[in-house]
Structure formats: structure tokens, C-alpha cells
Design a protein around this ligand. Structure first.
Ligand SMILES: [Zn+2]
Length: 247
């Protein structure tokens, strides 16, 4: 509609007549023009504007059909998400709601010749669960947002469980190492404690040896060790009350 036609009697009359849903087949998608009847559509097809649009279409029909198909699919799925997000619904119900908007992209300008074909496409691409029933095709919207959220939560949970597992394993290994160390110390102590010439024997059991009163020979040997163990000062303090170290 041109600027000058706005609210002219003719424009108003056309609007009144054009109210409501009209025959989808008399809609020209390229010009986005709805005609009221077959005659009107024929006239439109002979118009200069339409011829120009058809030339544009002829230059790249695949791309134009692809664009309309994309738009059709997106609008249809938007409607599913808005109105039927959590319900199983007949495909025709959604389609009738979809075409209630006069300026919807018409299906005959898309790659899908029939609603059934389009519904199968939705099922194939995993955007809807589709069922062929005696009452026609039924579709259920696949809520990818919620699904992604659910999967993420599951992943996080699994990750947490893995971490706990790892921690448990680490603790078990540490425990094993401790036990192995304790066993080797016990094994090492047994022969060394009875050997008065081994300086490390009194070191490993240093704190205890002071109170149990080891033979002086061993102790003097211990303190003459050219490489005294690190805990020596502490050991000296503990031993002093009982027997002062020799010079
Ligand atoms: Zn046209």
C-alpha cells in the first residue's frame, strides 16, 4: 500500500474485505500479497511488480525457497514453544494457529509440499517428537533449553561423583603407604635394636631409649656419632636428667 492510499475509501474497503483468513493459495509470497479470489490472483500475477519479483526468484530459486523454509520453520517452532511447550498436540492444530497470522510465510513457498512432510522433517531433526496416529500427526516440542540444562546438571553430578571416587582412592593409597611404612619400620627395628654398634637403632626409637635405660656403651657410641641425627638437641634434653652426656 502506497503512502497516498492510506485510509482512502478504497483502502478501507479493501481492508474490510481482506479481514480474516483468506485462501492461502491466492497469496503471493514473493510480493507478500493476499488476493481475495482466483481472478484477483490472476490479475496480480500479470502485474509488473509481480513479474519483477519473479525475475528475482528465477535468479536464485533455491536460496529463496531455503530462506522461506527457514523462516517458516522458525515461526512454527516459536509458536510451539510459546503455546504448546509441554503438551502433545495435533500438528493441524498448531498449523491452524500458525496460519491465523495473515502475514505468515506460506507453506507452498517452502521446501515442504505438505504439513506431513514438514512434520516428518521436525521429527528427523529432533526438534519435535512426532507420532503418526489414526487421528493424524501429533507433535511434542523438544525443549532443548531444558534438556541442555538437565544434561549439564547430570554432567556436574557425575563430575562430583568422579572427584569423590578419586579422593577415596587417594585416601586408600595413602593409607596403604602408611601401613607399608609402619611394617618396614617394624621390620627394620627388630634386628637393629639388638645391635649395640648401630647408631641409627637408638635414633629410630630415640625418645623411648632414654627412659628404658639402655646400656651406657650404646649411648656413648650414639653421642660420638660424627653425623648426629637432626633430633639430637631434643634427645639430649630428654636424656639429661637421667644421665648427663659424656664429654
Ligand atoms: Zn506477486
Amino acid at each position: 500500500m502506497g503512502k497516498n492510499e492510506f485510509l482512502t475509501p478504497k483502502a478501507i474497503a479493501n481492508r474490510i474485505k481482506a479481514k480474516g483468513l483468506q485462501k492461502l493459495r491466492w497469496y503471493c509470497q514473493m510480493c507478500q500479497k493476499q488476493c481475495r479470489d482466483e481472478n484477483g490472483f490472476k490479475c496480480h500475477c500479470m502485474s509488473e511488480g509481480h513479474q519483477r519479483q519473479m525475475q528475482v526468484f528465477g535468479q536464485n530459486p533455491d536460496r529463496i525457497v531455503g530462506g522461506f523454509s527457514e523462516e517458516f520453520e522458525r515461526a512454527f517452532l516459536d509458536l510451539m514453544r510459546r503455546s504448546h511447550r509441554f503438551s502433545r498436540v495435533a500438528a493441524t492444530v498448531v498449523y491452524n494457529e500458525y496460519i491465523a497470522d495473515r502475514h505468515h510465510v506460506h507453506m507452498n513457498s517452502t521446501q515442504w509440499a505438505t504439513l506431513t512432510e514438514f512434520v516428518k522433517h521436525l521429527g528427523r531433526t529432533g526438534q519435535c517428537k512426532v507420532e503418526d496416529t489414526p487421528k493424524g500427526w501429533f507433535i511434542t516440542y523438544v525443549d532443548r533449553d531444558s534438556e541442555t540444562l538437565f544434561k549439564d546438571r547430570l554432567k556436574a553430578k557425575r563430575h562430583k561423583a568422579d572427584l569423590a571416587d578419586e579422593e577415596r582412592q587417594e585416601r586408600a593409597i595413602a593409607h596403604q603407604i602408611e601401613r607399608a611404612a609402619a611394617v618396614s619400620v617394624a621390620v627394620a627395628e627388630t634386628p637393629l635394636a639388638s645391635d649395640p654398634n648401630n647408631p641409627t637403632a637408638s635414633h629410630t626409637d630415640g625418645a623411648g631409649s632414654g627412659t628404658t635405660g639402655n646400656p651406657p656403651a650404646e649411648r656413648s657410641h650414639f653421642y660420638s656419632n660424627p653425623n648426629p641425627p637432626r633430633s639430637l638437641p631434643n634427645l639430649v634434653m630428654r636424656l639429661r636428667p637421667q644421665s648427663p652426656p659424656p664429654n
